[in-house]
Write a protein that binds this ligand. Structure first.
Ligand SMILES: [Zn+2]
Length: 330
């Protein structure tokens, strides 16, 4: 089967091939859930292919294609290390996974060996690059400062601001735009996947985020129901079940709700919660803007540390208490 380039990436695919001399390092940046990783792997395969087809896609018939990705001697794919899961009886903790220094040291040793093929090209794909921890980032920076010949680094991220600036500045940026609602809908239809439109909007039109969200519908509904209650929030519903996907995930839903409160306040429209527009509208009439803005800041601050092991239930309870205060008369 020939590789496919998602329709919303066609321009980026052309742009990358119009680039006559590629730099040492590329940074693929764009929203989560739009297929950046697959795009990067498709590019890596075609870049190493011996007989690329029309439109630069890999041939799928040469030796290089048959090796790709797992046994290709000129391709290194660096992803976060799997942590053993926490078998806590209460719930599954979602732990942060990092790309660690040992992985970059190993890469360094690999790079000292010469490229295997006659074509002499190597690709190092790092995904997601924002998972590089501090020590690994510094080690990678050293490599990028004196880049080995005939080696192309590709870093993929949805959070470019989390990369250290000195790494960012050594990469040429390729912005990958996500699909419009219409593009996402017709892509999913073509795959015979049905995702309700409100869920696609909730996922910021990212088809793969929406597919993932389909699986967590019941947890999301509990959180949405809580948020809809505003100042009448039922705290007995704030329990472990809404943390099964981790505090980070739960907070991102609350962030989307506050985004819609602000958006509706100014434009009378919602972006993420189309189905709950009536609740949002009535909340905008009760809310205290100053309290909401400080609540938003607090959410952002907590989100930064949300994937670290902190007391998640306590933090979440505290967040809902503060959410309620947004709608209380001062
Ligand atoms: Zn090939």
């Amino acid at each position: 089967m020939t590789d496919e380039i998602y329709p919303w990436f066609h321009d980026a695919w052309t742009a990358i091939h119009d680039n006559e001399k590629l730099p040492h390092a590329l940074l693929f940046k764009g929203k989560a859930g739009i297929g950046k990783g697959k795009f990067a792997r498709t590019f890596a395969k075609s870049y190493l292919c011996h007989n690329p087809l029309h439109h630069h896609l890999a041939c799928d018939g040469c030796k290089s294609c048959s090796w790709f990705p797992d046994t290709h001697p000129d391709f290194k794919y660096i992803v976060p290390m799997e942590d053993e899961e926490d078998e806590s009886k209460k719930r599954k903790m979602v732990r942060q996974k990092n790309i660690v220094i040992d992985q970059i040291r190993e890469l360094s040793e690999y790079l000292e060996l010469s490229a295997h093929q006659e074509k002499g090209r190597r690709i190092i794909l790092i995904e997601p690059a924002d998972a590089l921890n501090q020590a690994a980032s510094n080690a990678l920076l050293k490599i990028l400062e004196e880049p080995p010949a005939n080696t192309l680094f590709i870093l993929v991220t949805s959070h470019a601001q989390k990369l250290i600036a000195t790494i960012r500045s050594r990469c040429q940026l390729l912005e990958l735009r996500g699909p419009s609602l219409q593009e996402a809908t017709s892509y999913l239809q073509g795959q015979a996947i049905h995702i309700p439109e409100h869920l696609l909007s909730f996922s910021g039109n990212s088809p793969f985020t929406a597919m993932n969200e389909m699986e967590h519908q019941s947890e999301r509904e509990v959180i949405t129901k809580l948020l809809s209650q505003g100042h009448r929030i039922d705290f007995t519903q704030v329990n472990y079940s809404i943390l099964t996907q981790g505090l980070d995930w739960t907070l991102s839903i609350i962030q989307k709700w506050t985004f819609d409160l602000l958006l509706h306040f100014h434009t009378h429209q919602t972006y993420y919660f189309k189905k709950e527009e009536a609740h949002i509208e009535s909340q905008t009439k009760q809310m205290n803007m100053d309290v909401l803005l400080s609540f938003v800041n607090e959410l952002n601050a907590l989100k930064k540390i949300a994937s670290h092991p902190i007391n998640q239930e306590l933090q979440l309870e505290n967040i809902f208490v503060k959410f309620k205060q947004v709608f209380e008369p001062s």
